[in-house]
Ligand binder design. Structure first.
Ligand code: SF4
Length: 374
């Protein structure tokens, strides 16, 4: 069952990305980024909707040219999730999407370096009430910083970020968040820890170019896990060379593991061994896919035998402990009824959905009580 966690979150100033609060006491938001051609409006809208279904709160879209800025304007009209425009090299693109409508501008201080151009973007953002993300990346640091530090370092990334922070300060613009991403876990973690002490704005976490689905997930979990457990981080993007919807799913798994957010099912499953009384791996895989639409927070344990089954089930909303000839279902930590091996996945899906519905009704009732008493 969900309980509190010992993480004390860094206090940050809150900004709004569309209708999603970032920072302050807002839940840590989940982001992902499209990889379709932005010029292909239909494909990009379809992908944004898939990413949203996978649990993203905010989606970033690359806008490489002024032509694609026009497409971005169309896309934004067709979706109902805040969009961040990812801008590099040409500040005119930022100015154009700001006019067309955008929920946040991501600019890279490594490739938009001229103060007059940055000042123009800041003035426009201020005028249109659009937040900015200063997105520093170890792979695209400014040339002068590379000369100064010889190579990308945490210090160089923080210096790059702080130059822009100072410029935003000069313009009395506080509506921004910052990221200092590197593919090296140590470098990224060091940079974020340093930055967290220097500024009060929200931090957007990411291990950039982390790798494929497996390697990138592990790298991101180590880096972001360390930071999130320190209380650092207000919004996350898992950067994977994989389907962008997977980025949102991995981010959710990470936040659920740290009990920082609690939407949907938290699966507890054993790795299985020769003691298993049903095919644990296949069952869990099937259930994860079939039950992705459930949003009510609940713990579901699927365990192959009595060695660990009863212990895990006692802490779960719904638990299955493998047995022969029948498995035992626990509801709210207590043994409830037996379940035969035949059609196990179908049966489990049905029963977990029913439990989710009951839990939702319970949560709604509790909410009504609070409203009635207030
Ligand atoms: S709970 Fe049972 S089936 Fe699962 S790994 Fe442990 S001993 Fe094996």
């Amino acid at each position: 069952m969900f309980s509190g966690n010992p993480i004390i979150r860094r206090k940050s100033r809150q900004i709004m990305v569309g209708d999603v609060p970032v920072g302050g006491d807002a839940p840590i938001s989940v982001q992902s980024m499209t990889n379709t051609s932005t010029a292909d409006v239909a494909a990009t809208v379809a992908q944004i909707e898939r990413i949203q279904q996978a649990g993203a709160d905010i989606v970033r879209v690359s806008v490489p040219s002024l032509e694609e800025a026009e497409a971005f304007g169309e896309i934004r009209k067709l979706v109902n999730i805040p969009l961040v425009a990812d801008i590099h090299f040409d500040h005119n693109i930022a100015l154009r999407v700001a006019d067309l409508g955008v929920d946040c501008l991501r600019i890279n201080p490594g490739n938009i370096t001229r103060e007059d151009r940055l000042s123009e973007v800041i003035a426009k953002a201020k005028d249109k009430n659009i937040p900015i993300r200063i997105g520093v990346n170890a792979g695209s640091l400014g040339k002068d910083l590379l000369r100064k530090y010889n190579e990308p370092t945490a210090e160089a990334m923080v210096e790059s970020a702080m130059r822009n922070v100072d410029l935003l300060d000069k313009h009395n613009f506080q509506d921004f968040k910052v990221s200092v991403k590197a593919s090296d876990v140590f470098m990224a973690v060091d940079a974020y820890r340093d930055l967290a002490k220097r500024i009060e704005q929200p931090l957007h976490l990411g291990i950039t170019e982390a790798g494929g689905l497996r390697s990138g997930t592990v790298k991101s979990a180590i880096g972001l896990g360390a930071l999130l457990m320190d209380g650092i981080g207000d919004t996350v993007r898992i950067s994977l060379a994989a389907d962008p919807a997977e980025e949102a799913r991995v981010a959710w798994d990470m936040l659920r593991s740290l009990r920082l957010r609690s939407k949907g099912i938290n699966f507890i499953a054993c790795p299985s061994c020769s003691r298993q009384n049903f095919d644990v791996i296949k069952t869990v895989h099937e259930l994860e896919n079939r039950l992705e639409d459930i949003t009510v927070p609940m713990d579901v344990s699927i365990i192959g035998c009595i060695v660990n089954g009863p212990g895990e089930a006692k802490e779960s909303d719904f638990g299955l402990t493998g047995g022969t000839p029948e498995n035992l279902v626990y509801l709210d930590g207590k043994p409830d009824h037996k379940l035969e091996q035949g059609n196990l996945v179908d049966q489990l899906e049905k029963e977990i959905r029913a439990k989710a519905q009951a839990k939702q009704a319970q949560l709604d009732g509790a909410q009504q009580d609070i409203i009635a008493k207030s």
